[in-house]
Design a protein around this ligand. Structure first.
Ligand code: SF4
Length: 366
């Protein structure tokens, strides 16, 4: 094998794996393929997704981190999320804010959203994420105005996570200054999608492809542990995201929520979620990959473990307290606070982006 100067960490890690006596031949072959830039097969992803604590799993995580290092460096990106409305016209079986859920509803006023966005930008966050249920109350014009004002005041990238909108609207939001859009496919198994999600599978997939075509930093993603889902389905999700060209992926475990059709269904596996992070990093080396709040909801320590499996993004919540308790996509949703998060990251020796570091005052770091 020859030294690969463009991917020095991946090269070193692969060498280590190849020399290791306790790593399997399958894992050795996979690491060689990753180093050579050869795409992994569905069967190889299934193998990796199913790994339990073992030398192969440790090798997978180290390899994913080496690929992250060589392609996007060591910086952890801290993004700020504003959940501005918990109204939703859909009724997904796993979601605590679906239309039929009996919960207290709120909508933030447009000027309130802009004010919170300006405040969150002062913390130096790398992107402002505007998230809501699918809420037609916010018309195209209202959203365009919000995006423009946030861009004018903060110059921060604006990311939308507001569900399905028409291709024309997606284009107009892009022109207004939104540069990122998260529309998780949830699962590419259309049978499972149809049984748990409140929208049309083909429309959703076509919108995700439209986002890529419009030049957004488009985000896909899936839920780990949906009823009937197999490791093969999760492998298909990863291959789908790779093949259509998404640049972000939100992947989190299923978490049961009271008073929803899936309230008694067990949580998704944290191990498979972490394996899915590592596999996604191998499949799409430059991807923005958050270690998700859903994983942290299973156990706060697990969210930071995501950084050992190839993740490079974390989201902190800037939704005003009075709204936050009722933005309940799933139960016991973890509050990810800005200072708590950055202090934990710094304690763990993580490198944060310059703008975040600049916003921190000495006393806030002790
Ligand atoms: S998952 Fe999204 S689209 Fe489905 S009900 Fe919840 S907020 Fe609405």
């Amino acid at each position: 094998m020859y030294a690969n100067y463009l991917n020095p960490e991946t090269f070193k890690e692969t060498e280590r794996i190849l020399k290791s006596d306790d790593v399997s031949d399958a894992m050795k072959k996979i690491s060689e393929k990753v180093l050579m830039g050869t795409t992994l097969s569905r069967g190889e992803f299934v193998y990796l997704l199913g790994l339990k604590d073992s030398p192969d799993r440790k090798a997978l995580f180290r390899l994913a981190n080496a690929v992250r290092h060589d392609n996007v460096g060591e910086t952890v990106f801290v993004k700020g999320i504003i959940e501005f409305s918990n109204y939703c016209k859909r009724d997904c079986a796993y979601c605590g804010i679906g239309a039929s859920c009996k919960i207290k509803r709120y909508r933030m006023r447009p000027d309130e959203i802009v004010k919170v966005a300006i405040d969150s930008a002062k913390h130096g966050i790398d992107t402002i994420i505007l998230q809501s249920g699918e809420d037609p109350f916010y018309t195209t014009d209202v959203l365009i105005d919000i995006i423009k004002k946030i861009r004018n005041h903060t110059r921060r990238p604006v990311s939308l996570s507001i569900g399905e909108r028409t291709p024309k609207e997606l284009e107009l939001f892009k022109k207004a200054g939104a540069s990122k859009y998260l529309l998780k496919q949830e699962t590419v198994n259309s049978r499972i999608f149809k049984s748990v999600h409140g929208s049309d599978y083909e429309v959703r997939i076509s919108l995700l492809k439209a986002l890529v075509k419009l030049g957004y930093i488009a985000g896909g993603g899936d839920i780990i542990g949906l009823p009937g889902q197999t490791l093969g389905d999760i492998a298909d999700d990863i291959i789908f995201m790779r093949d259509i060209g998404v640049k972000m992926a939100g992947i989190g475990p299923f978490i049961p929520t009271q008073n929803t059709p899936l309230e008694n269904y067990p949580s998704g596996s944290a191990d498979v979620t972490l394996n899915a992070y590592a596999c996604t990093r191998l499949a799409i080396p430059t991807i923005f990959l958050p270690t998700t709040t859903a994983l942290g909801t299973l156990d706060p320590g697990l969210q930071y473990k995501g950084f050992e499996a190839g993740c490079n993004v974390i989201m902190v919540n800037f939704t005003p307290d009075k709204y936050r308790q009722v933005y309940r996509i799933y139960d016991n949703k973890r509050k990810v606070e800005f200072y708590e998060t950055v202090q934990e990251l710094l304690k763990r020796g993580k490198k944060l982006s310059f703008s975040v570091m600049k916003s921190l005052k000495e006393e806030e770091l002790v």
